[in-house]
Design a protein around this ligand. Structure first.
Ligand code: NAD
Length: 256
């Protein structure tokens, strides 16, 4: 099993449709010991219920990734849980105000831009700062991104800009942490029907467009992202860092 005995943190489970949950299940099947965050009290019960179905069962602690004090408390709990040795971290966190995910990008407010970039991109830096000291035996950090970072998708707007920053952060973090044998990569997933995706106007049309145009002629299954994540988190990907791997039925390769 690719992650047998490895200790990993999963950020971003909200419900059973979350991509983070598909990744968590794949990691658990691959033998990993896990711990989870949940954003707030509203999600606490749902996340704890899901997590209880995994072997262990793993713990889940509250952590808003835009709050430094909560991040410090979370990583202290993780350090204790894993006796100071962390092997991987999965970042599946994104947020933008609803009004910034419709109409034109041109009208994005300063505050809307700040929130989207802070929660969806800077959070990876904040997590890596706290995870890296626990990865003394090397490690792997993985973030989730979308093609909207490079191309324009209607309604994706400020989130596209946040994903561009996230992908650049993956490369800069890979450069900083490589000498410590900590790898940093991203998976660029095709569109998947989740809670966050529901915030994007016209998402159903995006799904239909992908299924019609992607080389594999179908949409991305969360399990496909989970399996690719296990690969990138494992020793099988020991030569890969600073990379964005597309798991999108090949859609990104198409011109016309
Ligand atoms: P989701 O709504 O299930 O997950 C988003 C998570 O972000 C939630 O668990 C939410 O609690 C968390 N979050 C938001 N603000 C936070 C904060 N301040 N601190 C901590 N956590 C916070 O949706 P998802 O689609 O599974 O999204 C996971 C990741 O995958 C995101 O980065 C998203 O952009 C990316 N992604 C999604 C798709 C898609 O089509 N669904 C495609 C490509 C990439």
């Amino acid at each position: 099993m690719l992650l047998q005995g490895k200790n990993g943190l999963i950020f971003g489970v909200a419900n059973k449709r979350s991509i983070a949950w598909a990744i968590a299940q794949a990691c658990a099947r691959a033998g990993a010991n896990l711990a989870f965050n949940y954003l707030d009290e509203r999600l606490e019960e749902k996340v704890k219920e899901l997590v209880a179905t995994l072997p262990g069962p793993p713990p889940a602690w509250k952590c808003d990734a835009s709050n430094d004090a909560e991040l410090d408390r979370f990583f202290e709990a993780a350090r204790e849980r894993f006796a100071g040795r962390l092997d991987f971290l999965v970042h599946c966190i994104a947020f933008a105000n609803r009004e910034d995910l419709e109409g034109s990008f041109l009208k994005t407010s300063r505050e809307g831009f700040r929130v989207a970039l802070d929660v969806s991109a800077y959070s990876l830096v904040a997590l890596a700062q706290r995870a890296a000291p626990l990865m003394s035996g090397g490690g792997s950090i993985l973030a989730l991104t979308y093609l909207g970072s490079e191309r324009v998708f209607p309604g994706y707007n400020v989130m596209g800009v946040a994903k561009a920053a996230l992908e650049a952060a993956v490369r800069y973090l890979a450069a900083d942490l490589g000498p410590q044998n900590v790898r940093v990569n991203a998976i660029s997933a095709g569109p998947i029907q989740t809670l966050s995706a529901r915030g994007i106007r016209g998402f159903t049309e995006i799904l239909a467009h992908y299924a019609a145009r992607a080389p594999l002629r179908r949409n991305t299954e969360p399990e496909e992202v989970g399996d690719a994540a296990v690969f990138l988190l494992s020793e099988a990907a020991r030569g890969i860092t600073g990379e964005t791997l597309f798991v999108d039925s090949g859609y990104h390769a198409m011109g016309m």
